[in-house]
Structures are given as C-alpha cells and as structure tokens.
Ligand binder design. Structure first.
Ligand SMILES: Cc1cc2nc3c(=O)[nH]c(=O)nc-3n(C[C@H](O)[C@H](O)[C@H](O)COP(=O)(O)O)c2cc1C
Length: 174
C-alpha cells in the first residue's frame, strides 16, 4: 500500500486476536514513530512498550473506560513527553501517536489511540499519576496517550468521500 492508501483506509481497531505481534513489525512501527517531526528537533518523547500481560492489566486501570482495551491487547504503548524540555511536547507526542497508529496499519496491525492527558483512572487519580506510579517515569515527563496494538480481529471499511465531509475544507476565494 502506498502512503495515501494507508491514510485513506486507516481506522481505529479495538479488537485483537489472542496472538503476539511479530517483533519485526513492532520494530518497524517504533522506527516510524521515532522518525517523527519534532519542534526544534528536541525529540521530547519517550515511548514505553509493554507486552507483559500482568503489566497490561495494571496499565488498563490507569484510565477508566477505554483503558480496558489495554488489557485485551497484546501490546500497549505509552507515549510520554518532557514538558520541561519543549513547549511543543503535546504536538510532538501527538505526531508520534499518529505515526504509531498509521504505521501499525501499514504493517497489517490494528491500533487505537486512548487519550491519557486530562483523563482519570478507575480510582479517580489522573491517568498520568497512575501511569507514573506503575512505570516510574520522572515528574518532568507527562502522559500524552496510550496506544493499544495487536493483530486485528475486526475489519472496518474505509470512509467514503461523502462520510469524510469535504465541506470541512474551506477554500478561500481571492
Ligand atoms: C486525540 C484522540 C483521542 C482518542 N481517545 C480515544 C479514547 O480514549 N478511546 C477510544 O476508544 N478511542 C479514542 N480515540 C479514537 C477515536 O475515537 C477515533 O479516531 C474516532 O472515533 C474515529 O474513528 P476512526 O479512527 O475509526 O476513524 C482517540 C483519537 C484521538 C485522535
């Protein structure tokens, strides 16, 4: 698939087969994320990859609701950013998330972005506090998001042109 096909057929996949992700595919996905554009080249992100079942179950509790996806996926990825290193850490980490999500699809994997920033755990604490306790990252790093990742167990169709609401593009008339 070329890049445009990948972008046009991308969907959030929330059901995964009970099988591991091939290490070469996971490596390719991480390489794509690490190649992300970043404000002033600061690369303020860290990407934490979790495949241990017990840790994934604990990670799921960091975020109420959608966090459960992490307990059901063979891989959970946590993207954190150093808020002291760069004032574009949110944008930078969001690009990393996008590249993880798109490159996963390119590798035939399915993934879903799970909001972490400004969200709460089952216990009412912030997802950031919970994830920091579990994973031990320092205070200057903040949680941006989680990504659940696995071999897809559901298929979703690409959006049609009509569904994509092309009226969202405003062309200025000069
Ligand atoms: C910033 C952001 C946060 C998201 N957070 C969640 C989330 O917490 N839980 C979830 O199930 N999906 C989440 N998603 C996925 C969206 O729900 C999904 O992209 C949207 O419903 C459109 O579906 P599609 O990705 O299949 O086109 C998030 C996506 C983005 C970009």
């Amino acid at each position: 698939m070329d890049m445009l096909d990948i972008m046009l057929s991308r969907r959030s996949i929330r059901k995964y087969k009970d099988e591991p992700v091939c290490p070469e595919k996971l490596r390719a996905v991480l390489d794509a994320a690490l190649s992300s554009a970043t404000g002033r080249g600061k690369r303020p992100w860290e990407i934490i990859v979790i495949q241990d079942k017990e840790t994934l179950k604990k990670l799921a509790l960091c975020r109420q609701g959608a966090g459960r996806l992490l307990a059901e996926a063979p891989v959970g990825i946590v993207v954190i950013g150093d808020s002291e290193l760069s004032d574009t850490w949110i944008e930078d980490c969001s690009i990393v998330m996008t590249n993880l999500h798109l490159s996963a699809h390119a590798m035939g994997l399915g993934s879903c972005w799970i909001q972490g920033r400004n969200r709460f755990g089952e216990d009412g604490r912030t997802s950031d506090e919970n994830a920091r306790d579990l994973l031990g990252y320092p205070e200057n790093y903040k949680l941006l998001a989680f990504l659940s990742l696995g071999v897809p167990a559901e298929e979703k169709p690409a959006y049609t042109r009509e569904e994509l609401h092309h009226e969202k593009i405003r062309e200025e008339k000069f």
